[in-house]
Ligand binder design. Structure first.
Ligand code: ATP
Length: 299
């Protein structure tokens, strides 16, 4: 009996972690399930992360053969580096996130983490090493404790509280009628967008992945909440490799590097200052967004 329950229990835990990552990814990219038949190679080993360097090596990709989407992307995100992807709608930012998660296989080139081609390692081990913070965190109809511990079901009470503290949601939780045992979600207490995102941050902190994929569109939040969340995300990114898919330029000005995509190609890259000084695509996007923000403030 023990021989059977032990492995099944273990599988349950792994399954839950993977499901969480897939739920977050699905939420982030509007996908409901793993869309393609991506199968592990027979006997594939687990991904071994040393520093967490991500390399897109001349990546080409299309969802259907008639229409190329990524047209030769070479992008190296060093261990511990924060890179923000910007570009017009449809330029391929989310597609890069999906390929990092191996929701699809590339049609040319390769994606590697610390030198290992994603096609050569197990998907479970890949998903375990990437933390995803979507803009709209999915909450389960369960206690807030459960919702945070979902990042690592075996976590102790103290670890859950520590993660909630780091995500700056502990005080809020302590003010709820049943504290950590308060039911949240559709049939429980409704949390605001900012609170939900903090639960997502706590969940990810608990999972403690070396690589983070962030979706920084926080349009549903007010300015102060957005700033606070940005600070928390930034703190979480310390010592991790971070790829941020940015929709608002103001949130990524201090990224180590900003990569501008257009029509499936990288057209510019550099720091905010360097790109502004260059007076190219990024500078034009920045000028446009600044004037839009000013107009919105004046309204
Ligand atoms: P946005 O800022 O609007 O989110 P994006 O830069 O993230 O855009 P992607 O979502 O990567 O853009 O999409 C790139 C291109 O791929 C778009 O033209 C889109 O229509 C197409 N595309 C995205 N997902 C699919 C899919 N599942 N099947 C077919 N085409 C798709």
């Amino acid at each position: 009996m023990i021989q059977i329950t032990l492995p099944l229990g273990f599988l349950g835990t792994v399954y839950r972690e993977i499901r969480q990552a897939l739920v977050d990814m699905g939420q982030m990219f509007g996908l409901l399930a793993q869309p393609a038949e991506i199968v592990d190679k027979a006997g594939a080993p687990a991904l071994k992360v040393a520093g967490g360097e991500v390399l897109f090596d001349d990546v080409r990709f299309d969802y259907d053969a008639e229409r190329p989407i990524l047209k030769g992307i070479t992008l190296r995100v060093g261990a511990g580096e924060t890179v923000a992807l910007v570009g017009p709608s449809g330029s391929g930012k989310s597609t890069i996130g999906r390929l990092l998660f191996r929701f699809y296989d590339v049609t040319g080139g390769a994606v590697r983490i610390d030198g290992q081609d994603l096609r050569d390692i197990t998907q479970d081990s890949l998903h375990a090493q990437i933390g995803v913070v979507p803009q709209d965190t999915v909450l389960f109809n369960d206690t807030i404790h459960y919702n945070i511990a979902y990042g690592r079901p075996a976590a102790t009470e103290a670890e859950v509280v520590a993660a909630a503290r780091a995500a700056k949601i502990h005080d809020f939780i302590m003010g709820l009628p049943d504290g950590y045992q308060t039911t949240v979600g559709e049939r429980g207490l409704k949390l605001s967008g900012g609170e939900k995102q903090r639960v997502g941050i706590a969940r990810t902190l608990l999972k403690n992945p070396p690589i983070l994929l962030l979706d920084e569109a926080t349009s549903a939040l007010d300015t102060q909440t957005e700033r606070d969340i940005q600070d928390s995300l930034k703190e979480m990114g310390q010592g991790r490799t971070v790829i941020t898919i940015a929709h608002r330029l103001s949130t990524i000005a201090d990224a180590d590097r900003i990569v501008v995509l257009e029509d499936g190609r990288i057209v510019e890259e550099g720091t905010h200052e360097v790109l502004l000084g260059r007076g190219g695509r990024y500078a034009a996007m920045w000028a446009r967004q600044s004037s839009e923000d000013e107009a919105a403030e004046a309204a």
